[in-house]
Design a protein around this ligand. Structure first.
Ligand SMILES: [Cu+2]
Length: 504
């Protein structure tokens, strides 16, 4: 589609479970209710029913659509969403290719989550590394991309996976990064790209004049927390960059090239913190700084869950947006969304800083709905913020502090590296209810999520839920008014008791 167009998305649910569709990276200005996050901004569309999403898209860049009801993304309900510039192109190119990267498991998401949270099982369960799909097909039978002499191509890379990271390289060619997550960057030359779950990049590549040789594009699928098993993890894939049909290949050591691309964004290679935003938006001031600590914990029922600031997210009884719109002046009270919604209420146009701490041995790709945030700084986890089991290792780790350029890159999904923090800033200028969650679907399912209730007073003045949307809830006996327990006022009776943390 083209920037400024209205996207009309007819969804007919032929599954045997409910569904909803989220446009990842689209801000939904004035249309928070179209964001597609089940029980946050809408009720799930039940089996056999249809719903038509309709919203204006006033952004250009590389996005994707995916299921946002019980993590259907992980089972394949996902597809790229490309929005072309309407006005003058900031960067000129002659053609483009899209690479949608996915992971493929032999088990459903639900089966994998059940295994992970089995109170009688081992944690974590032995996780077989997935296979990669590239543009919907087996990564071993990729299609060629065609290059014409001296033409410039925009290559859009989208990590739509549930769990894994992808690397991409185009040996023999120079790649310039011009976009991350729907925001243009000042061009940066790189040898390769690493994408965490949910992330996107665009690179510009100019073809050689000589068309007598063909090349390869290289893809690696990996996760730093998967044990390295030759042939299993990481897995390597390659496709043809074709200049002419029967030309000979330029030989390269593909594994060495992929291995040289850093896994960790905060050091070198294409580090988002090293990119500069093309819109030259300076560093935002801070009205309010919020520390968020990501962790896993064992609960007293012997189930392992994920937490942000000691709360594991579970869905409320009515969509959180519907609470914000119907609670009147009480809507500023975060507790009324239910403790398990892990809500934070933001004031209209406040400048917010999130300091996201990851004192774990797994990186977390954190995604914010409704906004892009500036990437301000990476650094080592602060032991004063994070105490407990990892204290020993905290004193040993040495990640440097890396600060953004004068014009920080903005994106909507950031990988918080192992034993590090990342500082993010955004302006609360988009009234609505926005999820902030880990984009590894298993972690999301385990509760690593929270909700920002942004300017409920403004929402109440400017926003109304379309009648056919509210009807989806009503038809299923789900309330559309009141607090997170579905009651009026401050009565939260009926919410299930919060599980208790046993140990970290
Ligand atoms: Cu995670």
């Amino acid at each position: 589609m083209t920037e400024g167009d209205t996207l009309v998305l007819h969804v007919h649910n032929s599954l045997n479970v409910s569904t909803s569709i989220h446009a990842h990276g689209i801000f939904q200005i004035n249309t928070s209710y179209m964001d597609g996050a089940a029980m946050v901004t809408q009720c799930g569309i039940p089996p056999g029913k249809s719903f038509t999403y309709e919203y204006e898209v006033n952004q250009a860049g590389t996005f994707w659509l995916h299921g946002h009801y019980h993590h259907q993304n992980a089972d394949g309900l996902r597809t790229p969403l490309i929005v072309h510039d309407r006005k003058q192109h900031l960067y000129e190119y002659d053609g483009e290719y899209v690479f949608g990267f996915e992971d493929w498991y032999n088990q459903t998401y639900e089966a994998r989550l059940d295994e992970t949270q089995d109170p009688n099982g081992t944690f974590p369960p032995p996780s077989p590394a997935p296979n990669a799909l590239i543009n919907g097909i087996d990564g071993n039978v990729t299609k060629s991309i065609l290059f014409k002499s001296n033409k410039t191509y925009r290559i859009r890379l989208i990590n739509m996976s549930a769990t894994v990271w992808f690397k991409f390289a185009l040996p023999g060619h120079q790649m310039r990064v011009i976009e991350a997550d729907g925001k243009y960057a000042v061009p940066l030359e790189v040898n390769g790209i690493t994408l965490g779950p949910g992330q996107r990049f665009s690179v510009l590549v100019t073809a050689h004049e000589d068309i007598t040789r063909n090349y390869q594009y290289l893809v690696e699928v990996f996760a730093s927390f998967f044990p390295k098993i030759p042939g299993e993890s990481p897995k390597y894939y390659a496709g043809v960059v074709e200049y002419s049909e029967n030309a000979s290949f330029v030989d390269v050591d593909s594994i060495a090239i992929l291995e040289a691309i850093p896994e960790d964004k905060s050091f070198s290679g294409c580090a988002d913190v090293e990119l500069s935003s093309a819109d030259r938006q300076p560093v935002f001031p801070v009205n309010r700084s919020i520390d968020l600590v990501l962790r896993g914990a064992l609960f007293t029922d012997n189930i392992t869950r994920d937490i942000i600031n000691n709360i594991t997210y579970t869905e409320p009884y009515i969509p959180t947006l519907y609470s914000a719109l119907s609670l009147g002046s009480l809507a500023v009270d975060k507790d009324l969304y239910g403790i398990q919604s892990n809500a934070v209420v933001l004031k209209h146009n406040e400048y917010i800083e999130l300091v996201v701490h990851n004192p774990n041995t797994i990186p977390h790709p954190m995604h914010l709905h409704g906004h892009a945030f500036q990437i301000i700084e990476y650094g080592p986890v602060d032991p004063r913020i994070v105490l407990g089991d990892n204290r020993e290792s905290l004193s040993n780790q040495t990640a440097p502090i890396v600060k953004s350029s004068k014009y920080p890159m903005q994106r909507d999904t950031v990988v918080v590296p192992i034993m590090q923090y990342v500082k993010l800033r955004f302006r609360a200028d988009n009234p609505g209810v926005w999820l902030f969650h880990c984009h590894m679907d298993i972690h999301f399912g385990m509760g690593m999520a929270m909700t920002f209730i942004e300017a409920p007073d403004v929402m109440q003045d400017t926003m109304a839920i379309p009648e056919n949307m509210a009807q989806i809830c009503v038809d299923q006996g789900i309330g559309i008014f009141g607090n997170g327990a579905g009651n009026t006022g401050t009565d939260l009776s009926g919410l299930p008791p919060m599980p208790t943390i046993k140990s970290f």
